[in-house]
Design a protein around this ligand. Structure first.
Ligand code: FES
Length: 105
């Protein structure tokens, strides 16, 4: 499946994702700027914050409790904010669009 990352400045990165890998891991491995992923996907750093395109919001699993908590402390949170380490890729998510915040800190 492919993921389209859109940086805050509008620059687009269309990357191939592997099934079962998180959106965060995919971004880091493809050197997409804007996703840091400090904690390696343990849902404890919130530096993998991204905005899931509204068209995709219903297709990904809802936020977990820890994710909600971490997002509470993150910057520039919007209703479609997610921690991208908590979204695992699968074929059904081909074409997923994730916008990136101006900064993770
Ligand atoms: Fe740390 Fe997602 S990588 S919360």
């Amino acid at each position: 499946p492919k993921i389209l990352f859109i940086e805050h400045n509008g620059k687009e990165h269309l990357v191939d994702a592997e099934d079962g890998k998180s959106v965060m891991q995919t971004a880091v491995e493809n050197m997409v700027p804007g996703i840091v992923g400090d904690c390696g996907g343990a849902c404890s750093c919130a530096t993998c914050h991204g905005y899931v395109d509204p068209a995709w919001q219903d297709k990904i699993p809802p936020k977990g409790e820890t994710e909600e908590m971490m997002l509470d402390g993150a910057m520039n949170v919007e209703p479609n904010s997610r921690l991208t380490c908590q979204i695992l890729m699968k074929a059904e998510l081909d074409g997923l669009v994730v916008r990136l915040p101006a900064s993770q800190f």
